[in-house]
Design a binder for this molecule. Structure first.
Ligand SMILES: Cc1cc2nc3c(=O)[nH]c(=O)nc-3n(C[C@H](O)[C@H](O)[C@H](O)COP(=O)(O)OP(=O)(O)OC[C@H]3O[C@@H](n4cnc5c(N)ncnc54)[C@H](O)[C@@H]3O)c2cc1C
Length: 413
């Protein structure tokens, strides 16, 4: 078999692939990353990083985020501002990490963050080939061989194991699983704006569950210097109208009473871009013989919130940890990766993903009841406190067993 040999090959140098690389570098495992893009590159995203990903990056390398914050613009985030039909907006704040002093979330443009990661993985010793077109992935008796074109030259890497971190609609599944049936993704649009009125009330991100696009939402995420990442995400299968998404977006920011005044003097900077969000994670599809799927390639996006960065970073890290064990024991079969990667990953994400799926179904089926819950959140301080504790990861579930709790909520107390 021809080609250069490397123990681990990672396809995709986004957050999932870069995190896997950083974790492998820490264990001195030789690996190479291939990416079709040339960095810096944009990635359509809300640019919102939650504590899920922050905590993993802090664990791998406590110097990484402080360095990013020192070199690039970002907005620290301390909570959410949420509106829904009949609820003009309430705030939930999160407790910052007492140990690191880092805010529980931040907004940073992906063009910056991913470029920083790309440079950081190289600094830590990884080889990255960018601007490549992967042509073929072949299974061999003792590994995989991956052929790619760069500048008109065909090259091949042989590896023991492949980490697929090539995002949604990536090449790895296409080449390795030709018969796969694809389920419908969520779709979302993003635009960068300047001059929105009050884009960052108290360093919160804004999620607006607008009646016409339920269970989707419109977001306004504050960027430094008065900028904002504004977008709208929907489940196309749940939409009654077939109006193009761009028109829906335009209509909302120009006509909806929550936004029209605030956007009156706002300017769109650059084009509005769209992309899809894969939300159909199933444990069976997280790995195969010698292959681990991570991030969007494993369809890990949360179907309610659209968050995928935290899952990409977490899965990249967990894939690398499983690969370290595989290299030590020279076990690269599906059953090994199922036990050491798919199962632990699903255990971490299962509750959140299943609860979000149920919430989406609930909104689709009972939009009026969802509206009533929003109204109660707005009017009942008891219910609001309960929800705020839940959002801040300090659930007071004993309340649910107290009749007085329901009475207070009913009476708007
Ligand atoms: C409009 C929108 C808004 C979003 N907002 C948020 C948000 O605010 N917060 C959040 O947490 N999540 C958000 N998400 C989801 C988030 O963007 C993704 O979950 C996240 O980018 C997944 O990271 P990843 O590393 O798996 O994939 P990606 O970030 O997509 O990276 C994949 C990498 O693989 C490379 N690649 C792709 N194909 C190939 C190929 N054939 N060969 C070689 N390389 C290849 C790409 O160039 C890229 O560098 C949003 C998504 C969309 C569409």
């Amino acid at each position: 078999m021809d080609g250069k040999y490397v123990e681990v090959l990672i396809i995709g140098c986004g957050p999932a692939g870069a995190t896997a690389s950083l974790a492998l570098s820490k264990h001195n495992i030789a690996h190479v990353l291939l990416d079709k893009a040339v960095f810096p590159r944009d990635k359509v995203c809300g640019d919102s990083f939650s504590y899920k990903g922050i905590s993993v990056l802090q664990q791998i390398d406590p110097e990484l985020l402080p360095r990013f914050f020192a070199e690039y613009p970002y907005s620290p985030i301390y909570g959410l501002h949420v509106s829904s039909p009949e609820n003009p907006g309430i705030d939930f704040t999160f407790t910052p990490d007492a140990f690191s002093g880092i805010a529980p979330g931040f907004i940073a443009k992906r063009v910056d963050f991913d470029y920083f990661l790309y440079k950081y993985v190289k600094e830590k010793g990884a080889t990255v080939h960018e601007g490549v077109v992967v042509k073929e992935i072949k299974r061999e008796s003792d590994g995989l061989s991956v052929s790619y074109m760069k500048n008109g030259i065909l090259s091949t890497y042989r590896c023991k194991v492949l980490i697929a971190a090539d995002g949604n609609k990536g090449i790895c599944r296409q080449l390795l699983e030709k018969k796969r049936q694809k389920q419908q993704d969520l779709v979302a649009l993003r635009g960068y704006f300047q001059g929105i009125d009050n884009p960052a009330p108290d360093k919160l991100i804004e999620l607006h569950f607008v009646k016409d696009i339920l269970p989707g939402y419109l977001w306004i995420f504050p960027l430094p210097n008065g900028g904002a990442n504004v977008g709208l995400g929907i489940d196309p299968s749940g939409q009654k109208s077939d109006q193009p998404l761009r028109e829906v977006f335009q209509h909302q920011i120009e006509q909806h009473p929550l936004f029209s005044e605030r956007f009156r003097h706002a300017q769109l900077v650059g084009p509005i871009k769209g992309w899809s969000l894969p939300v159909h994670a199933t444990i069976k599809e997280f790995c195969a013989d010698r292959v681990l799927y991570t991030g969007d390639a494993a369809q890990l996006v949360n179907p309610l919130t659209g968050e995928g960065l935290g899952q990409a970073i977490l899965s990249g890290y967990m894939a690398a940890e499983a690969v370290v064990k595989a290299v030590r024991s020279q076990s690269f079969g599906k059953s090994f990766f199922h036990a050491h990667y798919a199962q632990p990953l699903w255990k971490k994400l299962r509750k959140e993903i299943l609860m979000s799926r149920s919430a989406v179904k609930f909104m689709e089926k009972y939009p009026k009841l969802f509206g009533l819950i929003g109204k109660k959140l707005y009017n009942s301080p008891t219910f609001y406190r309960f929800a705020a504790d839940l959002a801040d990861n300090k659930p007071q579930l004993a309340n649910l067993l107290r009749p007085s709790f329901y009475w207070k909520v009913w009476k708007n107390k």
